[in-house]
Write a protein that binds this ligand. Sequence first.
Ligand SMILES: CC(C)(COP(=O)(O)OP(=O)(O)OC[C@H]1O[C@@H](n2cnc3c(N)ncnc32)[C@H](O)[C@@H]1OP(=O)(O)O)[C@@H](O)C(=O)NCCC(=O)NCCS
Length: 182
Amino acid sequence: MIIFETERLYTREMDHSDYQRLADILQDPEVMHAYEHAFNDEEVLSWLHNQLDRYKQDGHGLWALILKETSDMIGQCGLTYQHFQGESVLEIGYLLRQDCWHQGYAIEAAQAAKRYAFLQLGCKEVYSIIRDSNIASMNVAIKNGMKVRGRDIRHYYGVDMPHFGFSIRKDEFLGEKNSATP
Ligand SMILES: CC(C)(COP(=O)(O)OP(=O)(O)OC[C@H]1O[C@@H](n2cnc3c(N)ncnc32)[C@H](O)[C@@H]1OP(=O)(O)O)[C@@H](O)C(=O)NCCC(=O)NCCS
């Protein structure tokens, strides 16, 4: 079932048959640079199970991002709850296979995820929480109309990683929509 679609892409829930396609992404050290290490098989499976649990509990999670032209899974994009400055916030996340970078797919998917968050889920604010060294991801968030709202430290694999919380609020989103209409 399609969750949301754009001109070139659509998202759907992942299942166990996506394990290898997911491993190809999460086991690439370049893709996982911001997470400090590429995942082993167990971590890929646990990541997949996390998303399956989120689909059941929350009705959303990181979905498979599919290129319409080839029906290939080129990455993940979706909406998950994350902790930021002591609160639970809804986050747009995106991770793409390396051979698919720099073709505008992340921003195309992130903009559609933002529309889904505001128009389907009715949320008031949506975030992207990004490690302070991840320029590519920050550029996607900025292009998605988000502003920096604060900073937080996340602890992954024994490392303290400063993150910026980018977000866009519903009134700003509605302003974007109105200014796009002549
Ligand atoms: C971040 C990521 C999803 C970007 O994907 P992408 O499809 O290449 O991004 P897009 O082509 O949609 O680019 C959107 C904007 O970001 C900018 N951008 C993309 N990659 C960039 C890079 N390496 N350095 C600087 N800017 C970059 C683009 O220039 C573009 O802006 P522009 O149109 O004004 O030029 C991809 O690099 C990725 O999967 N990285 C690893 C996983 C990750 O870090 N995910 C985010 C975790 S918070």
